[in-house]
Design a protein around this ligand. Structure first.
Ligand SMILES: [Mg+2]
Length: 265
């Protein structure tokens, strides 16, 4: 089997240059997606583990002054914490930006948000009740209406019922997926997660790396002085691309080397 490299020599030189510039930033935030970025994709989601090279580079980065590391994942915070095997200093953002653990503190929903979540729950369960192939999934900050197993007429009817019920509810954020519609009480996106982390650590430069469509929200939100990396193929807003989690391991190692040599150790 032959594989086509995703990057040329010129591109990897350009990436090294960009890493060199980022390594000199006074307060560095390294924010990473987990599945497909730090951990190779596996069939059993709970069997995913970060590559040793990445864990070692993260450990080195955490020892440096003015350097923070965060995981930004679609997984819920509890499962992310369990399988990521990260030191406590690593900041965690779960559920696409909704759940945040910074300095041991977990942000959870306010009273207002809990009340709004109850309204969403009532709307979805009422519409789905007794409808074949329709089911409701509980999420940390909302609920999802799944219609993959329902016929088209049922899907349209149930979705319309929910839409009408929630149309005038303030602060309810809808998100369309494949045969699923999610309703949440907070805007959901990895861009929100990265913005909160950036503010929390006062970052002057951010490295973000991810492999999926939801990572593009974060990649698009990056500015001058940041560095966006897309892992694997696919359309992207990132300025640079690497092939796989193994390449992320090497990249993080290179960043740690550069930052050490530039006097931030
Ligand atoms: Mg991923």
């Amino acid at each position: 089997m032959t594989t086509t490299p995703l990057t040329t020599d010129d591109e990897s030189r350009a990436l090294s240059d960009a890493l060199g510039r980022l390594a000199t930033t006074p307060r560095l935030l390294v924010a990473l997606d987990f599945d497909g970025t730090l951990a190779p994709e596996v069939d059993q989601p709970m069997a995913a583990r970060p590559l040793p090279e990445s864990k070692e580079a993260i450990r080195r980065l955490l020892e440096m002054e003015g350097t923070s590391v965060a995981l930004v994942s679609g997984r819920d915070l509890a499962s992310l914490d369990r399988i990521s095997e990260m030191p406590e200093q690593v900041l965690l953002v779960g559920s696409h930006g909704i759940e945040v653990r910074i300095g041991g503190e977990v942000t959870s929903l306010t009273e207002d948000e809990l009340a709004r979540r109850a309204v969403i729950s009532e709307a979805l369960h009422t519409a789905a009740d007794g409808r074949e192939g329709v089911f409701v999934e509980e999420k940390p900050a909302g609920l999802a209406l799944h219609t993959r197993l329902a016929d088209e007429a049922t899907t349209t009817e149930v979705r319309e019922a929910v839409r009408q019920r929630l149309a005038d509810e303030p602060g309810v954020h809808g998100r369309e997926g494949k045969n699923v519609r999610e309703y949440a009480v907070r805007p959901t996106g990895k861009d929100d997660g990265v913005a909160r982390l950036r503010e929390a650590v006062g970052a002057t430069g951010v490295l973000f790396a991810g492999d999926d469509v939801t990572d593009e929200d974060a990649l698009r939100s990056l500015g001058d002085g940041d560095l966006g990396i897309r892992v694997g193929p696919g359309e992207t807003a990132a300025s640079h691309r690497v092939a796989d989690p193994a390449a992320i391991g090497r990249l993080l190692g290179e960043l740690a080397d550069l930052r050490e040599h530039l006097g931030h150790a």
